[in-house]
Unconditional design. Sequence first.
Length: 327
Amino acid sequence: MTKKVNITILDGYTINPGDNPWELFEMFGNFTSYDRTPADLTLERAGNAEIILLSKVKLDEAVLYALPKLRYISLLATGYNNVDVAAAGRLGIPVSNIPAYSTESVVQTTFALLLELAVHVGLHDASVKNGEWIRCPDHSYWKTPLLELDGLTMGIVGFGTIGRAVARVASAFGMNIIAYTPRTPQEAGVVPVRFVPLEELFASADVVSLNCPQTSENGGFVNARLLGLMKRSAILLNLARGGLINESDLTEALKTGNIAGAGLDVVAHEPMRADNPLLSAPNCIFTPHIAWASLAARKRLMAVAAANVAAYLAGAPINVVNATYLK
C-alpha cells in the first residue's frame, strides 16, 4: 500500500444492509459510505473522493468532468452501463467491475423461476393451505398442467460465465442446450451445446434464458418479432438486464397466449414503476432483482472490490472495463 486516499461509497446498502461489513476498506484511508445517493447529492458527496465505489448511481460525462479529484472507480456490480466508461477513459480514470462473483446464485434463481413456472409450487401451497387437499376426494390433484423439463430445449442467449453455468444445470435436468452468442467460442464447456442464429434459438427453444450484457445496440431486442417466433408453450427467463426486453411487446405476447410464461428478476426501470405493463400480464412471475444477492455472493463481491482498490493503489488496476478508452 503506497498511500492513503479518500474513498466514497455512494450506494452501498444493497451490498451491506448490515450483514456484510465494509471493514476491508478501512485500511485504505478515509472511508465514507452512504446507503443511497440521490442524483442531486452525487457531486456533493463525491467531490473529495479520489476513489468512488458505486452500484447503481449514474456517473455520466457531465458528472465525471465535475469531479477533478476523482482518479479511480470500482463498480459494486458486474454491469457498468451506469458509468460513462469512455468519458472516464478520456479523463484517465480506470473503471473496474466485479466479474463472476454471483454466477451460482444467478443460476440458482434462474431455475427457481423456471421450476415455479413448471410446477407452480406457490399456487399449490396456497391451495393446500386453503383446505383444498383436505376437501379433495382423491389423494392428489393439480390446479394447472405441470411441465417436465427432461427432454425440452433450453436456449441460452449469451454464453459467458453465467450462460455456461445455466447450460450445465439445464443439462443436469436432461434438457438439450442451444445457444446464441455473437462470437462462437472454440470451447463450449462441459456439456454438449449447439450454437444457432438468434432467430432459430427463439423459434426452437422451449425455454429461452437471457444471460447477455445490455449494450447500446441491444436494448429492447426481445421484441414482438422475436417473441412471435416462439412456441406458444415456451417460457422466457430474464436474469440479465431488464432493458433487453420490450416490456409492452412481452405483455402482449403473454396476454394473447403467444408464449406460455415469463420469469423475470429484472425490469427496465428499477425499482419497478407502478405503470409497468407486465404487472397485468398473465403467467409472469417476478423476483425483485435478487439473483445476485445471496450473502455468499455479496461477500465475494466485497472481497473483489477490495482487491480492485488495492490493485489500483499498487499502480496495477485489475478488472478494468475501459482499458481501450484510457488516454
